[in-house]
Design a protein around this ligand. Structure first.
Ligand code: UT7
Length: 322
């Protein structure tokens, strides 16, 4: 049996930090409201010259260095983003060129905040069917460029950044061998109007801005995430108390707490970076994962659960042995 093993991780953040107090100078909000309702204290915002592709390339380089794998050995790049550099070609091809590993497969995946889960599952399937051997799976966003900076209900919530993992196909028959064990993905297009961008090439010929009915998204997020986590844990033949770490999409600290509580997972097993990064959409899971690996919390042998939910709606969970 072939398993996709995570060999390394990396991340990249823009240079510019924007605090809640900075935002309170521009829109009618306060540090107190943002911290109490979301847990966010600051976010990174891309400046001139920083794009989804540059952040993704930096994260990919860091992941390759961490894995000890040369870019020339990468034959698949799957990049999750809702904020590509251009409508086409795929930002993944820009990253491929910047890394100097042209010739393999490279494409983008659009599943917004669940994008990293969708990209991971896509790469995992391609590695297990022999279409490629070593993959970069990247979540990268510059959401600051599609925010309505006059809408306080959305502009305080998001940030920019990128995270990446290197996956390698490894032949293995042992039950507790490292690798992706199970992934479960879902979508429900009837929820389009609860979280979307009000523009696009084929509708308005503009990029558009993020629109969200936050309270309703919140309600769906807790229900959908708890369900897909339960599904993934059961399908893999584990119980929730066997999970060492949950690496969730970082939208709101209250969603993380409510989901963990529903599943009976201890709060100290949940990786939280929303305070520093805010919601970086497809980048949030690999960013949080990289933080927890580099600070020594996530170790070889650990059972790690990735989970995310976002526009579409789309949602999913992936259980991985480190
Ligand atoms: O990543 C994709 C998934 N996205 C999510 O998971 C986001 C899910 N939703 C949320 O995280 C929360 O719903 C929000 C953080 C977006 C909002 O928190 P909430 O507790 O649901 O607040 P609310 O939308 O019910 O708004 C409460 C009040 C409103 O005032 P009134 O109508 O009660 O007078 C808002 O106008 O807070 C007001 N408000 C603000 N006040 C200060 C909304 N935004 C702000 C703001 N600063 N930035």
């Amino acid at each position: 049996m072939i398993r996709s093993v995570i060999r390394g991780s990396g991340s990249a953040l823009p240079a510019n930090v924007v605090t809640n107090a900075d935002l309170a100078e521009k829109v009618d909000t306060s540090d107190e409201w943002i911290v109490e309702r979301t847990g966010i204290r600051q976010r990174y915002i891309a400046g001139e010259g920083e794009t989804t592709a540059t952040l993704a390339t930096d994260a990919a380089r860091a992941a390759l260095a961490d894995a000890g794998i040369d870019a020339s050995d990468i034959d698949l790049i799957v990049l999750a983003t809702a904020t590509p550099d251009n409508t086409f070609p795929a930002t993944a091809t820009k990253v491929q060129n910047a890394l100097g590993c042209n010739g393999g497969i490279a494409f983008d995946v659009a599943a917004v905040c669940s994008g990293f889960l969708y990209a991971l599952a896509t790469a995992d399937s391609m590695l297990r069917t022999g279409l490629a051997n070593r993959a970069l799976v990247i979540g990268a966003e510059t959401f600051s460029r599609i925010l309505d900076w006059e809408d306080r209900t959305t502009c305080v919530l998001f940030g920019d950044g990128a995270g990446a993992v290197v996956l390698e196909a490894v032949e293995s028959s042992a039950k507790d061998a490292p690798g992706i064990i199970v992934t479960r993905l879902h979508a429900d297009g009837s929820c389009h109007d609860l979280l979307y961008v009000d523009g696009g090439p084929s509708t308005t010929q503009t990029v558009g801005h993020v629109r969200m009915k936050g309270r309703e998204v919140f309600r769906h997020a807790v229900v959908n995430l708890a369900e897909v986590l339960r599904e993934a844990i059961e399908d893999a033949g584990f119980s929730s108390d066997q999970i060492d770490w949950v690496v969730p999409h970082q939208a709101n600290k209250r969603i993380l707490d409510a989901t963990a509580k529903k599943l009976g997972i201890a709060e100290d097993k949940v990786i939280v970076t929303v305070d520093r990064h805010a919601n970086t959409s497809a980048a949030s899971v690999p960013l949080a994962f990289d933080v927890a690996r580099k600070d020594g919390r996530i170790k070889p042998g650990d059972l790690v659960m990735f989970e995310a939910m976002g526009g579409g709606f789309t949602w999913g969970a992936s259980l991985v042995r480190m």
